[in-house]
Design a protein around this ligand. Structure first.
Ligand SMILES: Nc1ncnc2c1ncn2[C@@H]1O[C@H](COP(=O)(O)OP(=O)(O)OP(=O)(O)O)[C@@H](O)[C@H]1O
Length: 322
């Protein structure tokens, strides 16, 4: 999906972020190494281990850091010449805590909206709207110093949305969150990209967590582009079939052994039975018949899909992040 602008009656398709040979060195450290990427509308996950260069890329796109080499455009604007305009059109949620503790969320978000040029009345309306969208309607009059980590992340997200941006850059929005709050935040990120129509570039050092919400994933390793693909291309079929069974005693072992006796290549994977179907005839009927014979119930049979972690295992010279 690409943003579409109507200019003089013509329909112009425009990428959201394009970089070409983008390089950033901090002294001896090469944080970005000749990075060329093309990001479209929707949700794009930018994943890589700590130190892969994610924050550096975001700061360069916002004009907060100057690259050592290469070029980039954000919403069709050049980062070298138009960083002020870029910051007007782009929202930024920084990785680290940036919230003044003795300020109420509503005042903070109104202030950020005013700083971006919204008139007072529009800024108040917009602030109330975005705080409601991120789930802070009730708590908006509380001082942010008393917020939980999850509420702070939501307030940071609200300020990024305050001026009605066309693109938001979210740096590790799930940092420090427990699993439930992490799921809520990821759901919110997905809504921003799909329901609100704001393009999203979201980073995470946890490779797996963005696959569910991203349309596209860019994987960085040691400042280099490891892979950039539609999420579904990452998650291709592995040729394995996963079966979960339920029954008296050790139903999984009984079922696995019976399948093996029937000539099926299989092994346990956690609570599941993994069946290798590569180069073999379909086994669904055999699995069902074996379950009936062994008197176990089938909870599910599903194709196994590759995960972003697998790309790292296969391709990354810098290894697997935590
Ligand atoms: N101001 C700086 N001075 C020197 N080196 C830096 C500076 N900022 C970042 N680096 C280095 O550049 C590399 C990329 O850092 P960056 O923060 O962009 O990575 P990241 O993928 O965002 O990781 P994290 O999730 O830990 O923030 C790392 O090796 C880091 O140590």
């Amino acid at each position: 999906m690409t943003l579409v602008y109507l200019i003089g009656g013509y329909c112009v398709r425009m990428g959201v972020i394009q970089t070409e040979g983008l390089t950033k060195k901090y002294g001896q450290v090469t944080a970005l190494d000749s990075l060329t990427i093309d990001v479209d509308a929707g949700v794009t996950g930018l994943v890589g281990a700590n130190g892969a260069g994610k924050s550096t890329l975001i700061k360069i796109l916002l004009g907060l850091l100057r690259p050592t080499g290469g070029r980039a455009q954000v919403l069709g604007m050049d980062i070298a010449a138009q960083s002020q305009q870029i910051r007007t059109a782009v929202g930024y949620m920084p990785e680290h805590d940036c919230l003044p503790p003795d300020v109420r969320a509503i005042d903070f978000v109104v202030h950020m909206a005013r700083m971006s040029g919204l008139p007072a009345h529009a800024a108040r309306e917009r602030a109330a709207d975005v705080l409601r969208h991120v789930g802070l309607a009730e708590e908006r009059y509380r001082l942010m110093g008393g917020y939980s980590t999850g509420m702070k992340q939501r307030a940071k997200l609200a300020q990024a949305l305050a001026h009605d941006p066309k693109l938001v850059l979210l740096d590790e929005p799930t940092n420090g969150l427990d699993p439930a709050a992490r799921d809520d935040m990821l759901h919110l990120v997905q809504r921003i990209g799909h329901d609100f129509g704001i393009a999203v570039l979201v980073t995470s050092h946890l490779l797996g967590e963005l696959e569910r919400v991203s349309d596209h994933v860019v994987v960085l390793d040691g400042g280099r582009l490891l892979r950039s693909s539609a999420t579904q291309d990452f998650m291709g079929d592995t040729g394995m079939l996963l079966v979960e069974v339920l029954g008296e005693g050790d139903a999984q072992t009984r079922m696995g052994e019976a399948l093996a006796r029937a000539g099926v290549a299989c092994r346990p994977r956690g609570r599941l039975i993994e069946i290798d179907t590569r180069g073999r005839p379909p086994v669904h009927d055999l699995v069902r018949d074996t379950a009936v014979a062994e008197q176990v119930g089938i909870v599910r049979i599903q194709a196994d899909h590759a995960r972003i972690e697998d790309i790292f295992r296969e391709e990354a010279p810098h290894g697997q992040p935590a």
